[in-house]
Ligand binder design. Structure first.
Ligand SMILES: [Zn+2]
Length: 857
């Protein structure tokens, strides 16, 4: 026994020494041996001053290497796709023969026309391979591998590479998430010791809140390909559709104790809109990855986990665009090296594996280029045929009151190359007359037919009920845009040209001084305007009831929730100019009202107008709090509405004077460490008039503290919904997935007479939830703002037992606490930055919490 231990120690020391030496391995040793490399092409170490894998390189170092590479090689072309929120460059590296690079835009344009028109592509048209690295900034081996791949393709003098490049365009996105990359690299570099330390507990391997996985706004960019809420995704997508890759590689890392994964993943969980042939081709390419890893005796697996269901991921979005997306996952050393169940794992080892599979992807795709090109052709040729088989011909899209939300929706479709046509004449649909200027038609018969289905479908039944990510994401529901299926097109008058982003015009000019000004709350950016005015000391009042005023001799109806600015009470000397600038910036119409007397409803001097104050909001952050949900609130309030937000670590709450804050937001997270003293502090602050907003476990914690007067269904009650007494062992995982709500959309009934629902037109509102937290329907009146419909599931998977349990229960509740207010929800209101439909409820909670009063007994 002792002897074994000594042996183990001896070998592990030997291994450590071996791997330590490997850390200085020159780039040539990563590449196929015995090949001729062009000596004029600079090695990464020339620019960096160290070998790849020796240090965690920063984004600027990566940029400077590729810049040098492009200067020395006529096979490399660099494109600046745009800047990240932290102003780092999003680099795209195109690698091909010098001739192809010279004619690149022409080649890509002709390829696009041929494919989308369903014509047989010219066999001379190049194959396009797109390799994207390290979308999760703390999965950094990919970005390092990209430099070696770039060097190899530029420097190799092998005939097979020259021939391949003459017929292939290879695109590298070396760092998909530059802001997250540098956040992570700074962490590792800060804590890395000089002496080799393989201790998995060392702080180097454990990032703080927030991690480098996410981008500047703490969003997972690998969920954003479909939703496009982040500028990195918007910048990239333009090029993705320009290049139209045949194959896309997406390089990640997973837990240190894993080995290496490549797709195919779990085939039963592939989205049904993806053609079966996609899996066949993925499987074919997998043989090349296996061969490359076999030669080095590397451990790997496929098919056991990860899926291609949710189209918002980098390896899945290509699948709905005629391409083959392939996910690669390398066990992560996180920092420089870690002891794992598979032995010592070094940073450099991970880089090697990603180099091997990058090259096997290129080889595999090149060897199968004819089949891949045919697949892409068929994908688009079938699109029109499939569209013809549908029971309806297209969608009529309509939103009458919020042009910003409607245009944002249309902009997303345009970014996905989906064509939508403006109506030129009003259209009668069922019992409605839809005004042309708020209506658009989306025909199904177009090349992006499958993607339209992916964005609009409301599937609720599935072959396999386990989901790696959300199961429902229907875009019109999330953005609360009416989308009617049309089965007739007669009577429909359409413009020839598809929708394009409207030019910004100065909407307000305000020539004469008026008694007052009013604007409506329906526009998505109305809270931005309101906050801007309040922050500039302009007095703004909200109408608690409807009124009708004469505007330019015509009566105009204003819903409750409309805002008025009365000239007679303003103190800010510059107020009219500030108001004009602010309203034009967001494109919101200011209505000039010449008299305080209304045609109908409350007069402008009535007590039914309430003075508003600018909110001062505190968001609890820190370890244990969901960085995604905190990021969503930050993105919506700070980035979208420019409402200042103080983010404070929950660990220091005992030191914080709350008196200057008007609102506290608790998103999902673990609040068990909040002391009784802090909870008491919250209660006192509430009694004196504070407003607290709790989402998911934030809401549940408020209920546990008896701040929120609502009961949550217990875990036992949820478990009791499932009869598991007779289930065999093999059903264990299936049962677990039935008990989950991975992410689905539910219909709620919204009380539009409640001030928190100002700006909402319809009494139904789709909400997104990804937990089984259930608030019971409160017994007290007037505190339920939204409740689930009798059969609430709109899109995605939820077990019928859970759906029934949700029905009729509360989704949003709000009530008084002393002079303060509590607002709580179990849903994710600003989910992934694209839930424009429900995000507004957050803004309403900031501005109108004191406009309602609902005491509990
Ligand atoms: Zn990842």
């Amino acid at each position: 026994m002792l002897l074994t231990r000594i042996y183990t120690l001896f070998f592990s020391l030997l291994f450590t020494a071996f791997f330590s030496n490997l850390m200085a391995m020159p780039v040539k040793d990563f590449l196929p041996q015995g090949i001729k490399l062009n000596a004029d092409i600079p090695l990464p170490s020339n620019t960096l001053g160290f070998e790849i894998g020796q240090r965690h390189l920063r984004h600027d170092q990566l940029l400077s290497y590729f810049t040098q590479l492009a200067q020395q090689s006529n096979r490399i072309k660099l494109t600046d796709m745009g800047k990240t929120p932290q102003h780092r460059q999003q680099l795209l590296v195109t690698i091909s023969s010098p001739e192809n690079l010279e004619n690149l835009s022409k080649i890509l344009a002709s390829r696009d026309v041929l494919t989308k028109n369903g014509q047989q592509s010219n066999s001379q048209d190049p194959l396009v391979i797109w390799l994207g690295y390290s979308v999760h900034g703390d999965e950094i081996s990919g970005a390092n591998a990209a430099m070696i791949v770039g060097y190899y393709l530029a420097a190799s003098e092998e005939d097979k590479i020259t021939e391949m490049l003459a017929n292939t365009i290879i695109v590298l996105e070396p760092s998909i998430n530059p802001d997250g990359m540098d956040r992570f690299v700074n962490w590792v570099t800060t804590y890395r010791n000089a002496a080799v330390n393989t201790d998995a507990n060392h702080i180097e391997h454990h990032q703080s809140w927030v991690t480098g996985r996410t981008n500047h706004f703490w969003f997972d960019l690998n969920r954003d390909w479909l939703l496009l809420s982040q500028q990195e995704s918007q910048h990239r997508l333009k090029y993705f559709h320009q290049y139209q890759p045949n194959v896309v590689g997406d390089f990640h890392e997973m837990g240190p104790n894993s080995s290496y994964f490549f797709q195919p993943g779990i085939n039963s969980r592939t989205h049904p809109l993806t053609p079966i042939k996609n899996i066949t081709l993925t499987t074919k390419l997998a043989t090349y990855h296996a061969k490359a890893l076999d030669e080095k005796q590397r451990l790997y697996y496929s098919e056991e986990n990860f899926d291609d269901f949710y189209y918002g991921k980098g390896s899945t979005y290509p699948d709905i665009n005629g391409s083959i997306g392939i996910l690669f996952e390398q066990a992560s050393s996180r920092g420089m090296q870690q002891e794992t169940v598979n032995g010592l794992l070094t940073f450099e080892f991970g880089i090697q594996n990603h180099v091997l599979t990058s090259l096997s992807t290129i080889t595999g795709a090149w060897k199968n280029n004819v089949e891949l090109k045919e697949y892409r052709q068929d994908f688009y040729q079938q699109a029109t045929k499939l569209a013809e088989k549908e029971k309806f011909s297209g969608y009529l899209l309509h939103e009458a009151k919020d042009s910003y939300r409607l245009n944002s929706f249309l902009a997303k479709l345009a970014q996905h190359k989906i064509k939508v046509y403006p109506l030129t004449d009003d259209f009668d649909f069922k019992d409605k007359k839809l005004a042309a200027k708020h209506s658009y038609y989306l025909p199904l018969a177009q090349p992006q037919y499958r993607l339209i289905k992916a964005l609009f479908n409301q599937q609720t039944h599935f072959k396999d009920n386990t989901f790696y990510d959300v199961s429902g994401w229907t875009l019109p529901l999330a953005m609360n845009i009416s989308a009617y299926q049309l089965n007739r097109t007669w009577g429909l008058e359409l413009a020839d040209k598809a929708w394009q982003a409207p030019e910004q015009t100065k909407i307000n000019t305000l020539a004469v001084a008026s008694y007052g000004y009013a604007f409506e709350w329906h526009n998505f950016l109305a809270p931005k305007l309101l906050n801007n005015l309040l922050a500039n000391n302009i007095k703004v009042r909200v109408a608690k009831k409807d009124f009708t005023s004469l505007i330019n001799g015509k009566s105009h109806h204003f819903d409750a929730g409309s805002l008025v600015i009365l000239s007679g009470i303003q103190k800010q000397p510059n107020w009219q100019k500030l108001m004009l600038t602010a309203s034009n910036e967001v494109g919101i119409k200011l209505h000039e009202i010449s008299t305080g007397l209304t045609v109908q409803g409350i007069d402008l001097g009535s007590g039914s107008f309430k003075n508003l104050i600018p909110p001062k909001t505190l968001l609890l952050g820190g370890k244990g709090i969901s960085q995604y949900e905190a990021g969503e609130v930050r993105f919506y309030l700070d980035e979208t509405l420019h409402i200042p937000l103080s983010i404070i670590d929950h660990a220091v709450m005992n030191k914080i004077d709350l008196s200057s804050y008007s609102h506290i937001i608790l998103v999902d997270g673990n609040y068990n460490n909040i002391s009784d003293r802090v909870a008491d502090k919250f209660k006192n602050w509430l009694r004196q008039g504070g407003v607290i907003i709790g989402q998911k476990r934030g809401a549940k914690w408020l209920a546990e503290q008896e701040i929120l007067a609502v009961k949550f269904a217990s875990k036992e009650q949820i478990n009791a919904l499932f009869d598991d007494s007779e289930l065999p062992y093999q059903e264990k995982e299936t049962l677990a997935s039935r008990k989950r709500i991975a992410g689905a959309i539910f219909q709620t009934q919204l009380d539009t007479s409640h001030p928190l629902a100002y700006g909402y037109q319809q009494n139904t509102l789709p909400l997104f939830r990804n937990s089984t937290l259930i608030m019971e329907q409160p017994q007290q009146p007037f505190i339920t703002v939204a409740k689930y419909s009798p059969t609430p599931l709109l899109s995605g998977f939820t077990d019928k037992n859970l759906e029934n349990r949700l029905a009729h229960n509360a989704a949003i509740v709000a009530h008084n606490y002393g002079k303060g207010r509590i607002i709580a929800t179990t849903d994710v209101l600003a989910f992934r930055g694209y839930w424009y439909g429900s995000a507004k409820l957050l803004a309403n909670s900031l501005f109108f919490a004191k406009t309602f009063s609902a005491p509990v007994k």
